[in-house]
Ligand binder design. Structure first.
Ligand code: UT7
Length: 327
């Protein structure tokens, strides 16, 4: 088994900024409630670009930052819960638009844990020797599946995309301790239907709801526990302490979730990067967007250790220890 490492990160966000003040003109809410309960101040909402458009731009940025061409990519994985078509999948659309003519392509659905699921799959393809370079994208236009009359959810989500280029590595084991998991018994706490069952034999009047519905309190509890438990597991199995970790990058669903998780770990919350104030919860895109900002701000050096941790609908979760491999 060989090693894999991240060689490029990229992101793309629509230009349109939607503030808490703006949301208070469409539902009964206010800046004070949203910012103190979630840490969010603004988010981006598309005015026309769809999930593939965001994915393509994030992919181009990640390829540019990795210094490689699209033809070198062997596999494209798009993690999304808000595709713009079922056929073709987003990954095939991206493959065509960026000219990744040598790449296999498929989508995966693991909600907000999707990027880490993709990272795990990509790493395994590389470490098995089947592929040399894999592009993993998280892209969401959640504004399509948000109920804009439901203040419990519509203030939380944003649109955006991020991408990671992962490649075979001879020196650094750059993606260590990847864990993914699921608990379908808690799936009812975060739902969004897809296609109605309707055919020549079935045509009933059953209520059909293709918008996001969430039991926020249950997800909150689950998230605090799974983040702190998975970070503890990663530290233990690598004989590390929080002192060895430069940053923890969690899924950006709520600043209070991250603060509680840090407290449960007795860790300094300053190590936990947060940007939900600017972008809200962008589901599968959020961890990659945060990583891209950290890199752009020059906050990571080769050899630094970063833990990433995600959780979301399914319910699913994922975590990984990354050794930064880029100079
Ligand atoms: O991507 C992964 C999935 N999502 C998550 O990780 C979200 C996890 N959950 C959360 O982040 C939090 O549970 C929320 C931010 C969603 C909600 O915060 P909370 O502290 O759990 O609030 P709550 O649901 O208990 O609501 C408290 C009150 C309620 O009013 P009453 O019943 O006490 O009168 C809500 O109706 O706040 C009300 N409320 C709002 N008020 C103003 C709910 N949403 C809003 C709002 N503005 N947008």
């Amino acid at each position: 088994m060989g090693y894999a490492k991240i060689i490029g990160v990229g992101k793309y966000l629509p230009d349109n900024v939607v503030t808490n003040e703006y949301l208070s003109t469409i539902v009964e809410t206010n800046d004070e409630w949203i910012s103190t309960r979630t840490g969010m101040k603004e988010r981006r909402i598309t005015t026309g670009e769809d999930t593939t458009d965001l994915a393509v731009e994030a992919a181009k940025n990640a390829l540019y930052n990795a210094g490689i061409s699209a033809e070198e990519i062997d596999l494209i994985i798009v993690a999304t819960t808000s595709p713009d078509s079922l056929i073709p999948c987003m990954a095939c659309r991206v493959q065509e638009q960026i000219g990744a003519v040598n790449a296999a392509a498929f989508d995966l659905t693991a909600a907000c844990s999707g990027l880490i699921y993709g990272l795990n799959i990509g790493k395994n393809f590389i470490c098995s020797g089947q592929f040399k370079k894999v592009l993993v994208i998280g892209s969401e236009v959640l504004s399509k599946i948000v109920d804009w009359t439901d203040r419990n959810t519509c203030v939380l989500f944003g649109d955006g995309a991020s991408a990671l280029v992962i490649a075979e590595s001879e020196d650094i084991d750059g993606i260590k301790s990847v864990h993914i998991g699921a608990d379908g018994s808690k799936g009812k706490y975060l739902t969004c239907s897809a296609l109605k069952l309707e055919n020549i034999f079935v045509n009933d009047d059953k209520e059909y709801d293709n918008k996001i519905r969430m039991n926020g309190k249950e997800i909150f509890k689950f998230a605090v526990n799974i983040i702190s438990d998975s970070i503890r597991q990663i530290l233990d199995e690598n004989n590390l302490s929080m002192d060895d970790i430069k940053y923890v990058v969690c899924h950006q669903a709520n600043s209070r979730i991250i603060e509680f998780a840090a407290k449960r770990l007795n860790a300094d919350v300053k190590k936990f990067y947060m940007d939900m104030d600017k972008f809200g919860n962008t589901s599968s895109a959020s961890i990659g967007i945060a990583l891209d900002d950290i890199v752009k701000d020059g906050m990571l050096n080769k050899g630094d250790k970063v833990i990433i941790a995600g959780f979301g609908g399914g319910l699913t979760w994922g975590s990984a220890l990354i050794e930064w491999a880029i100079e």
